[in-house]
Design a protein around this ligand. Structure first.
Ligand SMILES: Cc1cc2nc3c(=O)[nH]c(=O)nc-3n(C[C@H](O)[C@H](O)[C@H](O)COP(=O)(O)OP(=O)(O)OC[C@H]3O[C@@H](n4cnc5c(N)ncnc54)[C@H](O)[C@@H]3O)c2cc1C
Length: 465
């Protein structure tokens, strides 16, 4: 029986396996352990009695990512290199457009198959399509991101969590299984290959230095595992009630490691299920980790316009259009928002948390995005600005969770109509007063009023596509 469930796999072209080695092209799941793509690649290599290699193509720019995100990524990849070296699997770091450097490497090594990661985002679908068309060998995608593979859970864009939840829960027992350990390479490589040059990798980037490096959190699989252990021991108990308090620190703060694929969501779920914590806390956490996170993947896979107002459902577009002429209490430019220069101290504090730490608490992400709608000329502009700021400053940005979260907050995606308000129409609104009734707003404002925001030298320019 195959190690990897066939429902995780999809052939990206109709070419046959060639006789050469197997190449695992890592572009989303940046880890050695609990990685179904890597397990599948090794299984294929063993079956065909050929060696396995892993390659990473470092794009010089990627959406809005800056130095903070690239530094986090590269630190994690160095750990991957060491982890693979320990079991005899070479790791090739290539610099340049992955859609060019990966086929070049495949030809140079005369590989027989490319196994790679699933990703629903347009930029990645574009890379995968180009590579699958260019090479003369089989290219296969493996979904290691979702516990229940995104393509298996539903073939269409789901309307809401309530339509998606039963589908996920029905399939969870089949997929939430133990994950095998990756075993050492069986056929050694005889290849003279220069050592990866990590400082040249950093120098090759063409990204804005405005988004400077962060002093934390620590990157990589080891740090992710430690964070998970700390969360389950110290904060999981109390998560159900505490998760909506930005001062309480009850959440896992695993989103950056999950986004960069340094931690498998399946591993997180297995650990949480076994943890010594009340069932209501485990259930509340798994609802976010499994249902909400995988619903976001479903949204991006089936909605090509996931990062724009075109993705909003008809009812939300109609009500937002009907309120287009409503007077806006305040209108802010993108730069004013970015530099946390609004009249609202809570919003400014949330923006400063994101600028200074690369993270914003989940409750405030909702408030932050909804206020951008309230203070923008149109929902289209609000969505564009929010996507750009979120992708640029959050360590976990450029992620399906972000696009779905912003489309939820600004355009009612996965939500339902609420009582009518100015500007929002029947899209759910949030207010400063509402926030004050939920948590100690002053304590949060104080915590982030004093943090220095990184200095911005110039108005930012979009990097990549
Ligand atoms: C406007 C807006 C923007 C957002 N932008 C991002 C983003 O760029 N990147 C990102 O990863 N998440 C985003 N989210 C989702 C969520 O707010 C964050 O994942 C969460 O706050 C991260 O903190 P945590 O890891 O401590 O969460 P925890 O509460 O500990 O949750 C554990 C994990 O579950 C997942 N999760 C939690 N809440 C959600 C949710 N609402 N939707 C989907 N998955 C969820 C995340 O992977 C998270 O790490 C956004 C939500 C909104 C409303």
């Amino acid at each position: 029986m195959n190690i990897v469930d066939e429902r995780r796999l999809m052939a990206l072209n109709e070419r046959p396996y060639g006789p050469g080695p197997v190449l695992y092209w890592m572009h989303r799941e940046h880890r050695v352990n609990d990685n179904w793509g890597l397990l599948r690649a090794r299984e294929l290599a063993v079956d065909r009695d050929v060696p396995l290699a892993v390659a990473y193509g470092l794009a010089p720019d990627y959406l809005e990512a800056g130095l903070r995100q690239y530094a986090f990524l590269l630190a994690g990849l160095r750990e991957v290199e060491h982890g693979l070296e320990a079991i005899g699997i070479p790791f090739f770091l290539l610099l340049g457009d992955p859609a060019e450097v990966i086929p070049d490497l495949a030809r140079y090594l005369a590989v027989g198959a490319i196994i790679t990661d699933f990703d629903p985002l347009r930029i990645k679908r574009g890379w995968l399509k180009r590579i699958a068309a260019e090479v003369q060998i089989a290219v296969e995608e493996v979904d290691s991101r979702n516990i229940v593979p995104c393509r298996a859970v539903s073939e269409k864009k789901e309307w809401a969590a309530r339509t998606f939840r039963p589908k996920i829960h029905r399939l969870l027992p089949e997929f939430l299984t133990a994950i095998p350990t990756l075993k050492p390479q069986t056929v050694p490589w005889n290849l003279d290959w220069p050592a990866n040059d990590w400082s040249q990798a950093m120098d090759s980037l063409k990204v804005s230095s405005d988004v400077g490096r962060l002093s934390g959190p620590r990157s990589g699989e080891l740090a992710a595992g430690a964070l998970l252990a700390e969360f389950t021991a110290e904060r999981l108990s109390g998560y159900a009630v505490g998760r909506n308090d930005p001062n309480g620190g009850a959440t896992s703060r695993l989103s950056a490691h999950l986004h960069f694929g340094m931690l498998s969501a399946q591993r997180v779920a297995l650990v949480v299920i076994q943890a010594d914590a009340p069932q209501e806390d485990k259930d509340a956490f798994l609802e976010q980790l499994v249902v909400r996170r995988e619903l976001a993947e479903n949204f991006c896979l089936h909605e090509p316009a996931y990062d724009s107002a075109e993705s909003f459902p008809d009812w939300a577009r109609r009500t937002l259009d009907a309120h287009q002429g409503d007077p806006r209490p305040y209108l802010y430019s993108r730069d004013e928002l970015e530099q946390a220069c609004t009249h609202d101290p809570l919003w400014n504090a949330a923006q400063r948390e994101m600028l200074a730490t690369g993270y914003m608490h989940g409750y405030l992400r909702m408030y932050w995005a909804k206020k951008i709608l309230e203070w923008s000329k149109s929902p289209e502009e609000a969505m564009a600005v929010a996507v750009r700021l979120n992708d640029r400053w959050e360590l976990d940005g450029r992620d399906p969770n972000g696009y779905a979260g912003l489309a939820w907050a600004i355009g009612g995606v996965h939500d339902r109509p609420w009582p009518e308000r100015s500007v929002f129409g029947t899209v759910r609104s949030m207010s400063f007063r509402g926030a004050r009734s939920k948590f100690d707003v002053q304590a949060y404002i104080q915590a982030f009023a004093v943090l220095p925001a990184p200095k911005m030298t110039k108005s930012f320019q979009r990097q990549g596509s």
